[in-house]
Design a protein around this ligand. Structure first.
Ligand SMILES: NC(=O)c1ccc[n+]([C@@H]2O[C@H](COP(=O)([O-])OP(=O)(O)OC[C@H]3O[C@@H](n4cnc5c(N)ncnc54)[C@H](OP(=O)(O)O)[C@@H]3O)[C@@H](O)[C@H]2O)c1
Length: 277
């Protein structure tokens, strides 16, 4: 039995689908166990009262742990859970200027806590998720302009389906134990170009308009409950350093999965319907 925190989230959804397709039993933590819809084989569990009975491995997602990972890791350790797959972040290695409370520091502490708690771990260190585009949905309902920071920021968004596929390898096999994997999409794209590609999928002439970092910070805090002021400052600071590129593109998804990482155009085409309502 695998316990998944953030089971209804951007990584959790495709991860549960992959595990269900393989017939793996999942305990899916959520704040809404009574109403949540899950794939067959996944049983809902209240994230406020996690049940570790029969659990052998845990997927740890900070977004679902507003009080930090300590209590859940302690409970997992006490229950004899041996394996944790950590949803960490690329900024752990890429944001070298990071100070206290920064996203890099928070994820470094998360990884250290995992390593202290269990003998078997794999840290997934993704760059920006392709699904971050969903934060533009409200703006797209109002028109064809997306406003945000640093039009020229250069990143390689990763499709969460690829992240989920790597997580499944880390959960079910031993080949990735003790590894921290920097995971990105296959190509560097400016944020402005990402918006154009989304426009192609939606058959709309979308364009990106840069706004000052302070306004972008307010939007980031409103959209991401797991991001506080220090983390937002550090993430925007890191983004600024990517302007002019080249983006960090690691090739780790292809190495682990034995096939190319999925492109941003593939993600936008597959998820276009989510921008329509
Ligand atoms: N987004 C990125 O670009 C990125 C890049 C690198 C690393 N990361 C890492 O990925 C993590 C996930 O980020 P995400 O934005 O994609 O989030 P997410 O995984 O989509 O959200 C996870 C889940 O957390 C639960 N949740 C939300 N607020 C909660 C709260 N206050 N208390 C308890 N549960 C709560 C929700 O489930 P229920 O509603 O079912 O309870 C939600 O589905 C981040 O924390 C970060 O560590 C993200």
């Amino acid at each position: 039995m695998i316990m998944v925190t953030g089971a209804t989230g951007n990584l959790g959804r495709p991860l549960l689908a992959e595990l269900a397709a393989k017939g793996v039993k999942v305990r899916a933590l959520t704040r809404t166990p009574g109403t949540v819809r899950l794939p067959a084989g996944a049983e809902p569990c209240d994230s406020a009262a996690p049940d570790f009975d029969g659990v052998t491995a845990l997927v740890l997602n900070l977004a679902a742990l507003p009080g930090g990972p300590g209590p859940l890791l302690a409970a997992a350790k006490a229950a004899g859970v041996r394996r944790v797959v950590t949803l960490s972040s690329l900024v752990v290695t890429e944001d070298r200027s990071a100070g206290e409370g920064s996203a890099a520091a928070v994820h470094r502490e998360l990884e250290a806590a995992v390593e202290a708690a269990v003998p078997e771990w794999t840290h997934l260190r993704p760059g920006g998720f392709a699904s971050n585009a969903l934060q533009w949905k409200g703006q797209l309902a109002a028109g064809d302009v997306v406003r945000g920071p640093y039009a020229g920021a250069s990143t390689a968004p990763i499709d969460e389906a690829d992240l989920a596929a790597v997580a499944v390898r880390a959960l079910l096999g031993d080949g990735l134990l003790g590894q921290a994997l920097p995971l990105t999409g296959p190509e560097g794209l400016t944020t402005a170009r990402q918006v154009e590609i989304l426009g192609e999928a939606l058959s709309r002439p979308l364009r990106y308009e840069e706004i000052p970092p302070e306004a972008a910070k307010r939007a980031m805090l409103a959209h991401n409950p797991w991001v506080d002021e220090a983390a937002a400052d550090s993430l925007l600071g890191y983004l600024a350093t990517t302007v002019g590129g080249p983006a960090v593109v690691t090739g780790e998804v292809a190495r682990v999965l034995g096939r190319p990482a999925r492109t941003y155009a593939q993600w936008t085409a597959e998820h276009a319907a989510k921008f329509l309502n």
